[in-house]
Design a protein around this ligand. Structure first.
Ligand SMILES: Cc1cc2nc3c(=O)[nH]c(=O)nc-3n(C[C@H](O)[C@H](O)[C@H](O)COP(=O)(O)OP(=O)(O)OC[C@H]3O[C@@H](n4cnc5c(N)ncnc54)[C@H](O)[C@@H]3O)c2cc1C
Length: 138
């Protein structure tokens, strides 16, 4: 996590539990009240409670996957909602130096997907392509 965000969190009184894995949600009266955690080096399972619980586990969707069926939340990420990406950092002579990410949608180069370029200084470009993860498409 960026140090700027950490600084803000600490200023707001947050406690960081580093090297800690979230195992599952603590569900009481049909609400997620907290999470069960465990240190990466083992030890006892801990309970952490909060007035708001946010599942920020990315693709893992760790908490959402463990919610009761009756809540009706989507648990699996379908292949057609994901993309296969490939990125390289390349030295290219004469590359323009620009400040922002450039992202392109082009049905010939990346049908249904996109490609991008990020200038990383003089003649260095971070570039990649991403296509939907569908059979025969990527
Ligand atoms: C090659 C590539 C290039 C990209 N370039 C860009 C870009 O230029 N601009 C852009 O906007 N996006 C870009 N993206 C997409 C961007 O990286 C993702 O959209 C973003 O990281 C998603 O953020 P997130 O916080 O939801 O999940 P993540 O960044 O995946 O964070 C999830 C975190 O949860 C942690 N976690 C998972 N399970 C547990 C657990 N049980 N206990 C504790 N922690 C857990 C993981 O370790 C991880 O740190 C790129 C992605 C790729 C692959």
């Amino acid at each position: 996590m960026g140090s700027v965000y950490l600084e803000r969190l600490w200023t707001a009184g947050a406690e960081l539990l580093d090297n800690t894995r979230v195992l599952s949600p603590i569900i009481k009266n049909d609400f997620i009240k907290g999470v069960y955690t465990k240190g990466n080096k083992g030890g006892e399972t801990q309970e952490c409670y909060g007035s708001v619980v946010i599942d920020a586990s990315g693709m893992a969707a760790l908490l959402r996957r463990q919610t009761p069926v009756e809540w009706g939340l989507e648990k699996e990420i379908l292949n057609e909602d994901t993309a296969v990406l490939y990125q390289e950092i390349r030295e290219v002579s004469g590359a323009e130096d620009y400040e922002y990410l450039r992202i392109y949608m082009d049905m010939d180069v990346a049908p249904g997907g996109y490609y991008w370029g990020i200038s990383k200084g003089k003649n260095i470009v971070k570039c990649g392509i991403g296509n939907p993860d569908e059979r025969g498409f990527s």
